[in-house]
Design a protein around this ligand. Structure first.
Ligand code: SD4
Length: 327
């Protein structure tokens, strides 16, 4: 069954009329509404944390100007990658315990095509390299020195950034050298973005400098398709933020998408992924994980392990920061 036909069947008459009218009059879906009450939002952009607001703005502009939803999720998160005041995404991020800023990113389209880079140093836009891996190689994921060499050979250039405040924070951390993943650092972490265009096509992106003061070489969930991000145009799209090890252990974003495929609402699917994390770990003190999701019919939602996670939602009605449900 085609996407359009399936959407009309799920929506019923009123929803179909709203969708045909470009959805501008469709009410914004509340987080906990039952799936049957939700209407499609396309175009729709969701992204993690407050830095999601400018990222969503850019993604929306890209789609409005005729760009694809894949262009939108790439260019949206690039805004945050370029923000050197951001301490958890891009070259302004906090370093690992050896003082190196190492970056992870991935991108996936409606048809499941995917690209990813992990443990990458000195490139401003890992998300664009991830997209290039998807489009120009037969592979999904490149890592470390090989990824850097491939990027240089394919037209990307390095950028050296020294930020005194970051150096000072690292020096201070070295005094005790104690590694402790901290929830909700400065209230903005990794940016994960999922989006739907007016035709119902989905895409997602995720980019991060990862957990501060991690072991050199550590890779989190953010570049791992199925963990930090998963998109399947038939079922939905999901992304994650927070302590990557927790997300990887339950294949978090894939879990969310599969639960939506089975009929759960986005918020319920995100909640179930959080519950699985809770069931598998004894001590989650101070740790945070947040999931965001869009179902193939345009319903959306999120859920987090604890209070403090917020996400940005851009619909035809505007762009706003929403506190996530949690528990
Ligand atoms: C990671 N999920 O590397 C990322 C970072 C993050 O809160 O979101 N930190 O584990």
């Amino acid at each position: 069954m085609g996407v359009e036909r399936r959407r009309f069947i799920q929506l019923g008459l009123a929803g179909t009329a709203a969708y045909l009218a470009g959805c501008t009059d469709a009410p914004t879906a509340a987080l906990e509404e039952s799936p049957a009450e939700k209407l499609p939002q396309g175009p729709l952009v969701l992204s993690t944390w407050d830095h999601g607001l400018p990222a969503n703005e850019r993604a929306w502009e890209v789609m409005r100007a005729g760009g694809s939803v894949l262009d939108a999720v790439e260019q949206g998160v690039m805004v945050v990658e370029s923000d050197l005041s951001n301490r958890s995404v891009g070259l302004g991020g906090l370093p690992d315990r050896d003082g190196h800023v190492t970056l992870d990113a991935c991108i996936q389209d409606h048809d499941g095509r995917a690209g990813s880079v992990a443990f990458l140093q000195r490139f401003e836009h890992p998300i664009s390299i991830a997209r290039a891996v998807m489009e120009r190689t037969p592979h999904v994921m490149l890592a470390g020195a090989g990824a850097e060499r491939w990027a240089l050979e394919n037209g990307f250039s390095t950028r050296d950034v020294q930020i005194p405040e970051v150096q000072a924070a690292w020096q201070k951390w070295l005094e005790r050298g104690e590694y402790k993943p901290v929830a909700n650092i400065e209230n903005h972490d990794t940016i994960g973005m999922v989006a739907m265009d007016a035709q119902g096509r989905l895409a997602g992106s995720c980019t991060t400098s990862g957990m501060a003061y991690k072991v050199h070489g550590r890779v989190g969930d953010s570049p791992i398709i199925g963990a930090g991000l998963f998109v399947d145009g038939e079922a939905g799209a999901a992304c994650a933020t927070g302590v990557g090890e927790l997300v990887i252990r339950v294949a978090g974003s894939h879990t969310v998408v599969e639960l939506m495929r089975q009929g759960r609402s986005p918020a319920e699917a995100c909640k179930e992924a959080v519950l699985r994390i809770q069931r598998k770990h004894k001590d989650l003190k101070d740790m945070q994980v947040g999931f965001l999701a869009i179902r193939a019919d345009g319903a959306y939602g999120g859920y987090a392990l604890r209070d403090g996670f917020s996400y940005a939602v851009h619909t035809a009605q505007g762009n706003e920061l929403v506190p996530s449900a949690f528990g």
